[in-house]
Write a protein that binds this ligand. Structure first.
Ligand SMILES: Cc1cc2nc3c(=O)[nH]c(=O)nc-3n(C[C@H](O)[C@H](O)[C@H](O)COP(=O)(O)OP(=O)(O)OC[C@H]3O[C@@H](n4cnc5c(N)ncnc54)[C@H](O)[C@@H]3O)c2cc1C
Length: 480
């Protein structure tokens, strides 16, 4: 019997697991995919929002500001990249200027520190790459950027280092409410737990229905992006937003912590909870809007396009509710869910304690984790020393991002281990560069086969039947 079962290994499941791992509890994470960070947390704007956007008095507003304040320390502890680059919400039309003031007032009410309203001159002095059509902006110096999947992997990894169990390829299909807890059934052995956290993202309403809770629904809202290569960032330092609409924060332009430039997202409601395809129409819209913000952006530097799904809840706020004692929903966690994740995790753990979860601190709890990119950040002398001890670090596999075999092998053996090509990519950045894995993909596949001791044909791109090789050329030909 587990004390807590968390359904979903996104940032909410990961942060909640990490928070619980401080205590003497038996916790398991059940995740339907082949890896962690495979849902919304994989594909978003990567902004740690300052907290001026949400309506004062909502959970979104409170937990965003709290999460944003905690994020820098958490990233430091987990060895995750974090940059406080500040954000600007820019007005391009006279009629948008009142909204800048509204956001400023809202931010003050929400407790966001150091906000300022800038006029055109101040704005262009701060961010010279902007179009001179920009009339003024809200400046939030506490806005920041992170790598969302790196943070997700690190939070689950740290929870695992502290004793949390992770069951992958486990899709929850049923929950029976019992006298002493819950019986969870799915695509693995049944699991018994006294408490459940429903952190299933766009499926959180479906999981809630399994315990008879029909109080909310989720609408997936797609956001499409374009990612540009390192040399396109130019002088852009801040995250640049347009004044928001009721569909969201609009199309932004932002540097990433890995020194790429991100453009997007669109906001398109859909029924399908899996469809993360991009469309020409969507990408055209991203392009046109981005050009309005930074007219000189080099669109020839686009290296990939992708989309993510917001889990838009029917209540308009985060749905952190307990319809049955011991069962907690973390539903409707749309933006700023990444920024709020540490605060949502504390909120859930505190409320579970009120329902009888005993929080006895673990004496040997370790909040720290070695950075996934430690080798890359070393000085040349330090690198040489590491290479002398382990020559695999001297073998560069990904030339675009300069990633060595040593780092790939580390990622395969760390918690949670990289089990497929995309898993290596998210952990090390091998395959994230201009050639998108065209050069290093086959080598990473061989390393995966060797380290997992499986035939090459069994290595996948992202689990399931996404095999990368079907056999040796001659054998396949002879078979035909
Ligand atoms: C376009 C876009 C832009 C965004 N930008 C930002 C931003 O800049 N800043 C910010 O703070 N937030 C942003 N967000 C919001 C943020 O990404 C989300 O709030 C956050 O990632 C939600 O995390 P989660 O853990 O709830 O969901 P997910 O990451 O989706 O995790 C849910 C997990 O549950 C698993 N699961 C589902 N069903 C089952 C089942 N039956 N059994 C087992 N496992 C299951 C899924 O496989 C998945 O891994 C953005 C979102 C989008 C889509």
């Amino acid at each position: 019997m587990f004390d807590v079962a968390i359904i979903g290994a996104g940032i909410i499941g990961g942060m909640t697991a990490r928070e619980l791992s401080r205590y003497q509890l038996k916790t398991v994470i059940l995740e339907k995919c082949h890896d962690v960070a495979m849902g919304t947390t994989k594909a978003n704007s990567a902004i740690v929002h300052a907290g001026f956007d949400a309506e004062p008095g909502t959970l979104k507003a409170r937990l965003n500001v709290q999460g944003s304040e905690e994020m820098e320390q958490i990233c430091q502890d987990l060895g995750v990249k974090y940059q406080r680059n500040g954000s600007l919400v820019i007005a391009y039309r006279e009629e948008d200027l009142p909204m800048v003031q509204v956001l400023y007032e809202r931010g003050l009410q929400n407790g966001v520190k150091n906000l300022a309203v800038l006029n055109q001159e101040e704005l262009l002095a701060l961010e010279p790459s902007l179009s001179d059509q920009a009339l003024g902006a809200l400046y939030a110096p506490t806005g920041a950027i992170v790598c969302p999947y790196e943070l997700n992997i690190a939070s689950v990894g740290n929870a695992m280092d502290n004793g949390t169990e992770l069951m992958l390829d486990y899709q929850v299909t049923g929950i029976e409410v019992q006298e002493d807890g819950f019986l969870i059934t799915g695509t693995g052995e049944p699991v018994k737990a006294r408490f459940i956290v429903n952190a299933a993202g766009v499926y959180s309403d479906k999981i809630a229905e399994m315990v008879g809770d029909h109080s909310f629904t989720i609408t997936p809202r797609k956001g499409q992006y374009m990612l540009l290569d390192h040399d396109c960032v130019g002088t852009i330092r801040h995250t640049l937003f347009n004044v928001p609409s009721k569909m969201g924060k609009g199309i932004l332009v932002s540097p990433t912590v890995d020194n790429n430039l991100l453009l997007g997202p669109t906001a398109e409601n859909q029924e399908d909870r899996e469809d993360v395809s991009t469309t020409q129409e969507g990408l055209n819209m991203v392009q046109q809007n981005a050009l309005k913000v930074v007219p000189k952006v080099n669109l020839r530097g686009v290296i990939t396009a992708f989309a993510g799904l917001r889990a838009v809840g029917s209540t308009g706020d985060y749905i952190l509710t307990s319809p049955v004692k011991g069962f907690w929903n973390a539903g409707g966690v749309e933006s700023p869910g990444l920024s709020s994740a540490p605060a949502i995790a504390s909120y859930l753990v505190e409320h579970m304690a009120e329902q009888g979860l005993v929080l006895e601190p673990k004496p040997d709890y370790n909040p720290y984790r070695e950075a996934l990119h430690a080798f890359n950040n070393m000085t040349i002398e330090e690198k040489n020393q590491v290479i002398r001890e382990n020559p695999l670090y001297g073998h560069i596999v990904c030339r675009c991002e300069t990633i060595s075999e040593g780092e790939i092998v580390d990622a395969i053996h760390q918690n949670p281990p990289a089990r497929d090509l995309d898993g290596v990519k998210r952990r090390t950045r091998a395959g994230m560069g201009r050639c998108q894995g065209g050069f290093c993909g086959p080598m990473v596949t061989e390393i995966l086969a060797r380290e997992w001791n499986i035939p090459l044909e069994e290595v996948t791109k992202f689990g399931g039947a996404s095999y990368l090789n079907v056999g040796k050329t001659r054998e396949v030909k002879d078979h035909e």
